[in-house]
Design a protein around this ligand. Structure first.
Ligand SMILES: [Zn+2]
Length: 94
């Protein structure tokens, strides 16, 4: 998950291995979250919104990174897991 530390500081927490990211600090409170997400995405962090959200909620989750986040190491296995049809069937059945 993305964690707000202050008005200008954010960090991500890996939902798989529970490792924290570097703290992303900016000088612009209004766009701090956006910049933090851009920076984390650039480092290879992955955001995975909960499956099955309505379109607008999905878009909002992507904008705010309110869903699970995965570190660089876990992102690749999470991408594979998300691509696994059995896993997808499980998610939609839940
Ligand atoms: Zn991880």
């Amino acid at each position: 998950m993305l964690v707000r530390l202050s008005r200008t500081k954010y960090a991500a927490w890996c939902d798989a291995c529970l490792r924290g990211s570097e703290v992303v600090a900016t000088r612009a409170p209004l766009v701090a979250r956006f910049l933090a997400i851009e920076s984390l995405r650039g480092e290879g962090w992955l955001h995975a919104p909960p499956p099955g959200l309505p379109k607008h909620a999905h878009e909002e989750a992507e904008r705010s990174w309110s869903g699970a986040t995965y570190c660089i190491d876990c992102a690749s296995s999470e991408r594979m897991r998300a691509a696994d049809p059995r896993r997808r069937a499980y998610d939609t059945a839940r």
